[in-house]
Design a binder for this molecule. Structure first.
Ligand code: BGP
Length: 463
């Protein structure tokens, strides 16, 4: 029977922009603005304005999470809610009161808060004025916002994260046009990656000044997608090696080891796209590694050699070095379009143990998004989501292998506690242990919530 260490943290993850709704929010983030100007970019024209109504319903939502055995909740503070003036980081009273209440309510429900500071939600004003993460001024504004968070909530919150999936910001907002501002520019994306690494290190430095106690810890959340070559042909292996560096090590190495991967720096230098950096900034990155890591894992990255020659693609894009590969026979989550490959959990655990000082880490997101869950409701209205339970079992079985081999994994946070708004896909795919009927804002525990509660109580499950 898969069994987890004592004190293993059984949690759930979500984010401010995906749950709160925009009630009383002063500013728009890039998604709010995009929805206001182009609602058709979102599934069924549903935007983040109401989301899961967490702003109004957090007491009830947290009570249900407690019933689901969720002992830790990872959510985020929205920059656009907490701050009135981004230049001075002056506070918004309603925002401060809201996050104070939420944190107090989590503690009252025996749910440990894990607070993240950025979940894709750049204030649109900072894009309009400065180009967002292209700008080092925005790096410093983020640090001012982070400082306010540590000072306001650091007394009650022990566990912090600077960014959720900064690589998705690089890819989605600056490289492939998935997310607003839909910039498609390789060299800018490279600079954005550097700036976000710098912002994380600078915020970590501030955190340790403001919250020096040993039980206070800060990390970064990375979506690690292990890159597997399509074959053992050297050209495929080399492509996978680049994909691993670009997709994973670009943030993992500076966060944990304090420096960027040499191979990547060499390639960017050769291609004339290396970021603008200073020795003083690189020293800040070197001096401020994370205390621990959050790892979001959903799917692997299958890679083959590129079919374009490096010189033919102008302007520069990283795709000159690799191409995604659809492995025949792969198991798919058809609704989300992602391969299901639990073994990668073991590979991630081993990689962190062997190559990253066996740093403490969590699975900070893992979950199964399914469309049309009404189909699976029983006569009492309970979603019988056995597929979600099976998904968690398979991934946890692979994770426990890594833990038994010595990996220092401290917990598992399922995505998500409650069905929430998912960027372009809005409410199409549901991930929650708790169902949200978005028409009535009624919340109901799914079958998986009962299973999770048992897991969290016993630290083990029957396979
Ligand atoms: C991660 C994000 C989450 C969440 C999840 C599910 O990348 O951190 O915010 O959305 O993916 O993905 P999606 O919502 O695109 O189905």
């Amino acid at each position: 029977m898969p069994t987890f260490p004592d004190n293993f943290m059984w949690g759930a993850a979500t984010s401010g922009p995906q749950t709160e709704g925009n009630f009383h929010k002063q500013h728009q983030n890039v998604f709010d603005y995009w929805f206001a100007t182009e609602p058709s970019a979102f599934d069924a024209g549903v935007g983040p304005d109401t989301a899961s109504n967490f702003y109004n319903d957090y007491e009830n939502d947290l009570a249900l999470m407690e019933q689901a055995g969720i002992k830790g909740l990872r959510t985020s503070i929205q920059w656009t809610r907490l701050i009135d003036d981004f230049e001075t980081a002056s506070l918004n009273d309603d925002g401060v009161a809201f996050y104070n209440h939420v944190i107090d309510a989590m503690l009252a429900h025996h749910i440990k808060p894990y607070i993240n500071l950025h979940h894709f939600d750049l204030p649109v004003e900072l894009y309009d004025k400065y180009g967002g993460w292209e700008s080092k001024h925005v790096v410093d504004l983020f640090v001012k916002f982070a400082t306010q968070c540590f000072e306001l909530f650091g007394d009650r919150v022990d566990d912090w994260f600077t960014f959720n999936e900064p690589k998705v910001v690089v890819d989605g907002q600056y490289l492939y046009g998935w997310h607003y501002p839909q910039v498609v520019d390789g060299p800018k994306a490279v600079q954005v990656a550097y700036n976000m690494n710098l912002a994380s290190a600078k915020a970590i430095a501030k955190f340790h000044e403001i919250c020096p106690a040993a039980e206070k810890r800060i990390g970064i959340i990375l979506n690690l997608t292990p890159a597997y070559p399509a074959s053992d042909d050297p050209a495929d292996v080399e492509a996978a090696d680049f994909a691993e560096q670009w997709s994973n090590n670009l943030f993992l190495d500076p966060a944990v080891l304090g420096h960027f991967p040499d191979k990547l720096v060499e390639r960017f230098t050769r291609d004339g796209v290396l970021w603008d950096s200073t020795p003083a900034e690189l020293a800040i990155i070197a001096a401020n590694p994370v205390d621990y890591l959050g790892v979001n894992y959903y799917h692997p990255f299958r890679v083959q050699r590129p079919d374009i020659s490096p010189t033919s693609l102008q302007p520069w894009l990283p795709d000159i070095y690799f191409k995604e590969y659809e492995m025949p026979g792969r198991v798919m989550n058809v609704d989300r379009g992602w391969e299901i490959y639990p073994t990668a959990m073991t590979d991630i655990a081993n990689n962190i143990r062997e190559n990253y000082h066996n740093i403490p880490w969590f699975i900070s997101e893992n979950g199964m998004g399914v469309a049309g869950e009404e189909r699976f409701m029983d006569e009492k209205g309970i979603v019988q989501d056995d597929y979600r339970i099976d998904f968690m079992k398979e991934h946890l079985t692979a994770l426990v292998k890594g833990i038994n081999a010595g990996s220092n994994c401290l917990g598992y946070f399922v995505w998500s506690g409650i069905d929430c708004w998912s960027w372009n896909h809005a409410y199409h795919n549901r991930y929650g242990l708790i169902r949200d009927d978005i028409h009535t804002q009624t919340k109901t525990l799914k079958k998986s919530a009962g299973w999770f509660n048992e897991l969290s109580r016993t630290n083990q499950f029957e396979n």
